[in-house]
Ligand binder design. Sequence first.
Ligand code: TXA
Ligand code: MG
Length: 330
Amino acid sequence: MTERLAATPSGIATAARILQDGGLVAFGTETVYGLGGDATQPSAVARIFEAKNRPRFNPLISHFASAEAAFTQVQANPLAQKLAEKFWPGPLTLVLPRAPGSTVSDLAADGLSSLAVRVPRGEAVLALLEEVGRPVAAPSANRSGRISPSDASHVLEELSGRIDAVLDTGPCAVGLESTVLDLTNPDRPCLLRPGGVSVEALEAVCGALARPETEADAAPLSPGRMLSHYAPSLPVRLNATSVGPQEGLLAFGPTPPTGAAVTWNLSPTGNLEEAASRLFSGLRFLDSQQPTFELTGLAVQPIPAHGLGLAIQDRLHRAAAPRPAEPDAP
Ligand code: TXA
Ligand code: MG
């Protein structure tokens, strides 16, 4: 049974106790819902992989209530301090060398000498992390390869019966995952995954960001970058300027093409932040309309490549990628 907990002091206290006891609790952050487990308990971390059906162990982000708490687990450099001051709590994940005394289990860190840390935004999640008092590992609370959840009901669709509880903190404000920045070499900050903090905002602080040389280089480092991720069950066609009668349309802006069976407009005013916050719910909604309209696929209008548009494009590119021959999730 998966319990749905309200984001009240008593719901938060129950969630904290479950986590301390090695159980799994999904909770909302400003980005997406995370599937949380105590990062210091290898058995809790193993349960996360099992619940998600992850094909292999991958390094997880450790979540903290404050930068001070996060920086007990990693060796922060001045650039990390500066970014933490500017963007935390918020949708930025920093990859840093693990501190010698780090209590995060090797399983959560995938045996790497680096660790990804983040302080999420949101009153309830911060209260929860404070109360747990330990690093909480939390990948997105979906089955591996599927659309990330931006609402408690999405989590239950994906993971009901496989986790102990979900702390219902309402819909996620940003709606797509955090930006992952590798600062293990502070002279060469490297963008591992575009996300909720735009590249422009980061470059204003860090200067130009390096990118992993190729997709293959990045994949082992950042599995959120694996192709065929965030996938709805229908095929996805990108940069569509016209649409067929059996297609669902993921639209953007005031003048979407007409003729789709069903349309979800990410932002009628063309606002990229609104579009990011409505992306995963839109993919889920259109996918759910398949039986009603006998949809054969989803068409996606072009999305501009600036601000959060880059992260939106990244997720859509993965949603449209060729699927593995044998999907790992039913
Ligand atoms: O917004 C988010 O980041 C959400 C919420 C729940 O916080 N979490 C999330 O976790 O997206 P996950 O596990 O789906 O993605 C974590 C990303 C992966 O791409 C992973 O490879 C990368 O962070 N990562 C974690 N540890 C790393 C490390 N030591 N070095 C490089 N990349 C790392
Ligand atoms: Mg994910």
